[in-house]
Design a protein around this ligand. Structure first.
Ligand SMILES: [Zn+2]
Length: 138
């Protein structure tokens, strides 16, 4: 998924329209749609759109970083492109159970979850951070 596709997805998820986002970002609608399709936003436009849609810049960085990367899928037995989805997963650390948002890569061919060590490590870190927060509150 490239940045254009990602932004289109967010617009959809938020129930907004492209007309609205274009207007709020100060980009002519036709140009905006064209840029979405071609994934050809300038840095400044990207920032404006991100602000209008309240998109976390870290998420944009992630999308850009993983675009066109391939990783091994056990099920397909080959390197595949993948989509990263944010999923709520159940965690248990030292007897404390909690839900946590994790970034999970899924194979674009078969839809199975695949393993990418960097993402997996990151999910573990996020879980531990949440655990510490929870413990601090008790
Ligand atoms: Zn697969």
């Amino acid at each position: 998924m490239n940045l254009g596709e990602y932004i289109a997805k967010i617009i959809d998820e938020q129930g907004k329209t492209k007309v609205w986002v274009a207007e709020k970002s100060g980009i002519i609608y036709k140009t905006f749609v064209d840029k979405l399709t071609r994934d050809s936003f300038t840095g400044k436009e990207l920032l404006r759109v991100a602000m209008v849609l309240n998109i976390n810049l870290e998420d944009l960085k992630d999308v850009e970083k993983w675009e066109n990367m391939k990783s091994y899928c056990l099920n397909c037995d080959t390197d595949v492109e993948f989509n990263i989805k944010e999923v709520i997963v159940k965690n248990e650390i030292k007897g404390i159970f909690f839900d946590c948002l994790a970034k999970i890569p899924y194979c674009r061919e078969c839809g199975e979850e695949i393993y990418i060590s960097e993402l997996s490590d990151n999910n573990v870190k996020i879980a531990h951070k949440k655990y510490r927060e929870l413990k601090g509150e008790i």
